[in-house]
Design a protein. Structure first.
Length: 267
């Protein structure tokens, strides 16, 4: 599951250096190009890319990055470089991998089953309490409209959905990777081999603000609220609360730069 450049000669993600693919280890040392000129924006891109990796199903590689503290350290470092007044999340885990994987499945994939009547085996099944898809939190907009708008945004910036696992465009990992990719374009004085002209940095800041306002802010807020209502969310609850605060601070900063007002368009 990646947001990949659509140029034929390359297929790696552009959300933060090496990016993250399904089953890949998160790469705490994955940075933006050495020619990045806006270190704060580059750091924000790395935060989004690492968060995308953290929301992968906890394979052995993903779990190891949680367990050995390297993911926690990398996120804290980039948050400190981001220029945003947001406390980094605690991404340490006490669970073993099997427990963390079960927690992930209970929260986001399978849900819960509860025996109602042990005499006849009646079981009540509930879907997962938290969705990783933006459209779940957009009752006023159709699923098709949300995903079509995202598809157009990805295509406009030369990105496409790649990888072995295909997800809908509104999956949290795809939106995080795209947020990181927009930061990459905004941070660098050029985008080597990307096939996309970075253009006016102010226009890229407007694109970032528009993407957060129209999409990722909604997803981050909805995911945080859903997990806040659940017990035992562990690292995923902490990550969701952090992301909601981080994107809100990013939006405020972008709006201030553009003199746009929070979540608004510049005049």
């Amino acid at each position: 599951m990646t947001v990949s450049e659509s140029t034929p000669e390359r297929d790696e993600t552009q959300s933060g250096g090496d990016g993250a693919r399904p089953g890949d280890d998160p790469r705490p040392d994955a940075g933006l190009p050495s020619d990045a000129i806006d270190e704060a924006t580059a750091a924000r891109g790395n935060v989004y890319a690492l968060a995308a990796a953290a929301f992968a199903e906890p394979s052995r590689g993903v779990y190891d990055e949680f367990a050995d503290g390297s993911l926690d350290e990398a996120v804290a470092t980039h948050v400190g470089e981001s220029g945003l007044d947001v406390d980094p999340p605690d991404l340490t885990v006490d669970d073993d991998r099997e427990t963390l994987a079960a927690r992930y499945n209970d929260l986001f994939v399978v849900g819960y089953s509860e025996v109602i009547d042990g005499t006849d085996g009646t079981v009540e099944n509930q879907g997962p309490p938290a969705s990783l898809y933006e459209s779940t939190y957009r009752s006023e907009v159709s699923w098709n409209d949300v995903n079509l708008d995202l598809a157009r945004a990805y295509e406009h910036f030369g990105c496409e959905i790649g990888g072995e696992e295909r997800r809908h465009h509104d999956h949290v990992r795809l939106e995080l990777e795209f947020a990181g990719y927009l930061c990459r374009l905004a941070a660098a004085d050029s985008a080597p081999d990307s096939g996309v002209d970075p253009g006016d940095p102010a226009n890229l800041d407007r694109a970032r603000l528009d993407f957060h306002d129209r999409h990722f802010s909604v997803l981050a807020s909805g995911l945080r609220a859903a997990l806040d209502e659940e017990p035992g969310t562990s690292v995923y609850g902490r990550l969701a609360r952090f992301l909601d605060a981080f994107v809100a601070a990013d939006v405020d900063d972008l709006a201030d730069r553009l003199d746009a007002g929070v979540g608004g368009a510049s005049s």
